[in-house]
Design a protein around this ligand. Structure first.
Ligand code: DX5
Ligand code: ZN
Length: 226
């Protein structure tokens, strides 16, 4: 189980301090939301910010590209210190070359799917990816409510993972708090991105530990129900 606080919900005036706080919290991954104002109606931050925060987080940096033209960003984010990069299946014909490019840069390969997009769209790529990111809000902004209708996608992704003997992570992102994280854990998710519900807590470490132990319990319970 991996907890990934999203820097999007942190204090933008103090990125280094916030990344330090995430590091001290014991969270396994730091999630970095890159928005270009085209793929989503918002702009966040770019490779220079990731490069500046990189020395402040000692574990895995998970770069989520909500961008229309990720091809121009893969090299810069690799240089900035990304361990993995996720692009979106909604990019259509660009998806295959982008996945190859991420792999060729030696980074972990992620593929994201938005709430309105059918989960069958990711099926052809499953053998090529390390992370399947199932969006549980429409991307663009932090602090939105979890869309429960996305949970069956997590179940389908977990069923495919079993049937095909693959090992990709199933990551959920958007409106994740202790309750919704448990709902997703029961459905088969194992990476939990959370912005508002973690960074807005004074004690980030306690919030991360609470979420991790809750999802571990939910996961164990679901195994016993099988
Ligand atoms: C949404 C981003 C998320 C966002 C989640 O477009 O991809 O990673 O930071 O934020 P919360 O947890 O506040 O919904
Ligand atoms: Zn994200």
């Amino acid at each position: 189980m991996i907890i990934a606080p999203s820097l999007l919900a942190s204090d933008f005036g103090r990125f280094a301090h916030e990344a330090d706080r995430a590091d001290r919290s014991g969270a396994e991954w730091l999630h970095l939301d890159i928005m270009d104002g085209q793929f989503v109606p918002n702009i966040s931050f770019g490779p220079a910010v990731v490069e500046a925060v990189r020395p402040h987080f000692s574990r895995y940096c998970d770069v989520h590209l909500m961008c229309e033209k990720p091809e121009i960003l893969l090299q810069p984010f690799t240089k900035a210190g990304a361990d993995g990069m996720t692009i979106h299946v909604e990019l259509g014909a660009q998806v295959t070359p982008l996945l190859w490019k991420i792999r060729s840069l030696g980074r972990r390969v992620g593929l994201g799917v938005n709430p309105p997009t059918n989960i069958n769209e990711v099926r052809p790529y499953l053998a090529q990816i390390d992370v399947l990111l199932i969006m549980t809000v429409n991307p663009g902004f932090g602090g939105q409510s979890f869309i429960h209708e996305c949970v069956p996608k997590v179940q389908q992704a977990a069923a495919w993972r079993r049937e095909l003997g693959l090992k990709y992570h199933i990551e959920v992102d958007g409106g994740i708090n202790v309750e919704t994280a448990c709902e997703c854990a029961r459905a088969g998710a194992d990476v939990f991105v959370s912005g508002t519900a973690l960074f807005h807590q004074r004690n980030l470490g306690a919030a991360v530990r609470k979420m991790r132990s809750a999802v571990l319990n939910a996961h164990t319970e679901s195994l016993f129900q099988l």
